[in-house]
Design a protein. Structure first.
Ligand SMILES: Nc1ncnc2c1ncn2[C@@H]1O[C@H](COP(=O)(O)OP(=O)(O)OP(=O)(O)O)[C@@H](O)[C@H]1O
Ligand SMILES: O=c1ccn([C@@H]2O[C@H](COP(=O)(O)O)[C@@H](O)[C@H]2O)c(=O)[nH]1
Length: 242
């Protein structure tokens, strides 16, 4: 890649799949994947891109699963949100080992561990070139980290929200179940909603639609794709207004 090329985005919100962080493990965080993702994110920051991150918690705990097994849903979701705090702290550590300044900001108050989420402070961190990792989702049960990612992208006024997950875009059916599924290069929010394309929950899509936040879905396992996207290449699937 030539050196005179400039990033296509000034500020991004990156939603990282919690589940993807476990790699081949059955549970938890694979150190190699964590380090590799941190390296890629640091590279974007070095290019001058302001990076905000939301991490899921599926590698540790999902509330809905435990609720199905009989647990109180709100308690289960509180546990799920705490799982995202663990992932956020791990990412902060990995980014600091890359020499980057990073702040974890939690939607739930645990301020001996990380900062409370305050929008204006988060914006200031970004302006100063710090990477901000938003933890504990929206702070409310019955939501997901995808919705938290849409919310924070809108609040931070990012140029794009990027969902980095286990598949390389939005397909006409779940590619993990249907190997012959076809990938879209571009879709409208309405198409995702009316075709019930399950890559992201409907609340998150509606938030992006209502606030005109472009969404990119890319594969977290494809090394270099994030950088290519930031440098303006057509990677993954773009979801935007019609
Ligand atoms: N139409 C579709 N196109 C693409 N992926 C789909 C589709 N329908 C379902 N999926 C599934 O959605 C998954 C991504 O969303 P999911 O919410 O499961 O993970 P995540 O948000 O990346 O992880 P986490 O919740 O741990 O943060 C993909 O791995 C894929 O199997
Ligand atoms: O706003 C939120 C976000 C998340 N949760 C709980 O956390 C887990 C993990 O998040 P994923 O998006 O599934 O990775 C989720 O299952 C919920 O239990 C929440 O309650 N509110």
């Amino acid at each position: 890649m030539s050196n005179d090329k400039r990033p296509a985005y000034k500020r991004i919100l990156l939603k990282l799949s919690g589940e993807a962080l476990m790699g081949d493990l059955d549970f938890g965080i694979c150190p190699d994947i964590l380090a590799r993702v941190a390296r890629e994110v640091s590279e974007l920051s070095r290019l001058g891109v302001e990076v905000a991150i939301v991490i899921g918690g599926g590698n540790i705990f999902r509330g809905a699963g435990m609720a199905q097994a009989g647990m109180d849903r709100v308690s289960a979701d509180h546990m799920g949100m705490l799982a995202t705090v663990m992932n956020a702290l791990a990412m902060q550590d990995a980014l600091e080992r890359e020499g980057k300044f990073c702040r974890v900001m939690s939607a739930l108050k645990i301020n001996q561990v990380c900062e409370d989420y305050i929008r204006r402070r988060a914006v200031r961190h970004l302006e100063k070139g710090r990477i901000v990792v938003f933890a504990a989702g929206t702070g409310n049960p019955f939501f997901t980290t995808d919705t938290a990612a849409s919310l924070r992208a809108i609040e931070m006024n990012t140029d794009v929200m990027i969902k980095a997950t286990k598949v390389d875009g939005v397909y006409d059916s779940d590619p993990m179940i249907h190997p012959d599924a076809r990938r879209y290069e571009r879709l409208t929010y309405e198409e995702v909603l009316t075709r019930r394309l399950g890559v992201m929950d409907a609340t998150a899509i509606v938030m992006c639609r209502d606030n005109d936040m472009p969404l990119r879905v890319i594969n977290i396992f494809k090394e270099g794709d994030l950088l290519r996207l930031i440098m303006g290449e057509n990677v993954g699937t773009l979801v935007e207004r019609g």
